[in-house]
Design a protein around this ligand. Structure first.
Ligand code: ADP
Ligand code: MG
Length: 251
């Protein structure tokens, strides 16, 4: 008796117009629980616009977004966050003058306040436990009392992701997580994202230009071109898709 699995996130025929231009043009996709979905495509193909529409930072011109079957198309970004959707930005969102531990505390408390302690039961103690767990998971314990600005860029990137994950989202959106990060740190980043995915069951959706990174971490890839889905499939299918090679990977 197989039961159809409810997709975690669904995007249905979504479009977003900027004046005369359709930045996203009738995109439909679903993110399954536990999946790691990569969104790739040339500059200007609509990746960020699609991301922002899924996260409630931009209103779609047409179409629908559903979280666990529930329509959230007009729900604001903050409410989506409370429903378990978290994101990182291309630019770091860490507080440079605060220590690593303080940054994590702020991220945890921001959520806690608005959740009226529902997620992080037990007030301050709950926050501190979450901070300690996060420091251990991201292997940042030895840097707990360093200011964020004293960390390497790669370490700050890890902290940024740790801050997004501390509220235990169901789905995490990452905008170019490997951008500007050294190869060594990319390997660590990959291992931590895979561990978060496997151990905590968090689904990941990432926009990324580093093809090695995308191909090695994603379970499925969607290729955008001019606001539309050009192809989707496993990394192997995408790497060998003639249309994708011609339009995007070829050069
Ligand atoms: P990508 O992230 O794939 O590089 P974007 O989603 O940023 O692509 O952009 C898709 C298209 O929409 C581009 O042609 C871009 O110029 C346009 N666009 C994006 N954001 C805006 C905006 N706020 N106002 C006008 N045009 C925009
Ligand atoms: Mg972009």
């Amino acid at each position: 008796m197989s039961e159809a699995i409810q997709p975690l996130l669904e995007v249905d025929n979504l479009s977003r117009r900027f004046g005369p231009q359709l930045a996203v043009d009738g995109v439909s996709l679903a993110v399954q629980p536990g999946e790691i979905l990569g969104v790739i495509g040339p500059n200007g193909s609509g990746k960020s616009t699609l991301f922002n529409c899924m996260l409630g930072q931009l209103a779609p011109s047409a179409g629908e977004v559903r979280l666990s079957g529930r329509k959230i198309t007009t729900m604001g970004a903050a409410d989506r966050c409370h429903q378990g959707m978290a994101r990182t930005f291309q630019l770091l969102q860490t507080f440079p003058g605060l220590t690593v531990a303080q940054n994590l505390r702020v991220a945890a408390q921001e959520h806690q306040g608005s959740m009226l302690s529902r997620l992080l039961r037990g007030g301050w103690g709950g926050t501190e436990r979450a901070v300690q767990r996060s420091l251990a998971f991201f292997k940042l314990e030895h840097l707990a009392h360093e200011r964020a600005e004293a960390l390497s860029y790669g370490q700050q990137k890890l902290l940024d992701i740790a801050m997004a994950l501390i509220v235990e989202p169901r789905i995490l959106f990452l905008d170019e997580p490997a951008g500007g990060v050294t190869p060594q740190m990319i390997a660590q980043l990959k291992a931590l994202l895979l561990a978060a995915n496997r151990e905590r069951g968090v689904s990941l959706v990432l926009v990324e230009h580093n093809m090695d990174f995308v191909m090695s971490i994603c379970t499925r890839i969607v290729v955008l071109a001019a606001g539309r889905i050009l192809a989707q499939g496993t990394p192997q299918q995408i790497l060998h898709n003639p249309t994708v090679i011609e339009a995007y990977l070829g050069g």
